[in-house]
Ligand binder design. Structure first.
Ligand code: AMP
Ligand code: ZN
Ligand code: FE
Ligand code: FE
Length: 292
């Protein structure tokens, strides 16, 4: 069983449509794939349709932009009811923050002599519900300013670079609570990835486990072998589920091919058990894993 629990489509900042993503997952020999676009469930329906066609197991999820103790934290939420009003509200506020940031980034680029307009960003991001820096990067590529997303981030869009603008992110603990109310489970994405120096240590992760955290994404391209080893030990100590995933973005991110990291079947089974328990506690009609 090959299981990849973190991928992006054009519903956020991946380059495949949800249908193409699911087809690619099947073509890559995966048995299970989760669609986890940033801050939105808008790709789910199309992914579901294709999953039925190609016969792959589909987990519906999202990667929510949160903040905890001053640091950005990406929270993978699996199988929550997307119609839960509290979750809808939280996502709407994050998406509004994404949209209001774009004009500010473009203004900074124009200050630096780059003639870039909102329509240039819209043209390269058809189908997205969650406009982000990667789309501004794609517009810069199309305008011939840089050669690819990586260069755009390095020169313009990373923190400390001229066009970087911060945006609103929800409180991590609030999001964990609302995901639980919506009958889903929470897993911290790339906990020791590129989020600056404020990486959560074991004590902080223990506090999150107390607050209902289900798991940690240990095997991720942002983590070196040593970090993976230490994170795995922390997860074991705290009884957290260990996941491994690609964080695939189509052609938008190098070295993140589908299945480059995978989740062990027994860990996936535990995650689904926790999701089933959360669904029952919530009393909501949550999405179920779609089995071929
Ligand atoms: P945003 O959410 O709009 O702040 O953009 C952050 C997203 O950009 C992350 O979730 C990554 O998927 C993507 N990203 C960050 N750095 C890079 C990079 N160097 N190349 C491509 N994508 C990146
Ligand atoms: Zn992304
Ligand atoms: Fe992320
Ligand atoms: Fe991601």
């Amino acid at each position: 069983m090959r299981i990849d629990l973190h991928t992006h489509s054009r519903a956020s900042d991946g380059t495949d449509t949800p249908a193409e993503l699911v087809r690619a997952a099947s073509g890559a020999g995966l048995d299970v794939v989760a669609i986890t676009d940033h801050d939105t469930a808008t790709g789910w329906a199309e992914a579901e349709e294709t999953a039925r066609e190609v016969g792959i197991e589909l987990v519906r999820g999202m990667e929510v932009s949160t903040r905890h103790q001053g640091a950005g934290v990406h929270m993978l939420a699996y199988l929550p009811d997307p119609t839960h009003p509290g979750l809808e509200q939280a996502l709407a506020k994050i998406l509004a923050g994404r949209n209001s940031r774009v004009p500010a980034m473009l203004e900074r680029l124009r200050t630096h002599g780059i003639a870039i307009q909102a329509q240039d960003v819209r043209r390269v991001s058809p189908g997205t519900a969650a406009t982000g820096r990667p789309h501004v990067a794609d517009a810069l590529v199309e305008l011939g300013v840089v050669s690819d997303r990586t260069e755009a981030f390095r020169q313009w869009l990373n923190p400390g670079r001229p066009a970087y603008v911060d945006r609103y992110a929800a409180s991590l603990l609030d999001v964990m609570a609302v995901v639980a109310q919506a009958g889903g489970v929470s897993v911290i994405a790339h906990p020791w990835g590129r989020h600056g120096p404020d990486q959560p240590d074991e004590a902080e992760i223990a506090a999150l486990a107390q607050a209902g955290l289900a798991g940690l994404e240990v095997d991720h391209q942002d983590h070196g072998a040593d970090d993976r080893c230490r994170l795995r030990a922390i997860a074991r100590n705290l009884g957290l589920v260990v996941t491994g995933s690609s964080d695939y973005h189509g052609t938008g991110k190098r070295d993140h091919d589908l299945g480059v990291n995978t989740t062990a079947p027994e860990e996936y089974a535990r995650l689904l058990e926790l999701a089933a328990a959360a669904a029952q506690r919530s009393g909501r009609a949550t999405p179920q894993v779609l089995r071929p």
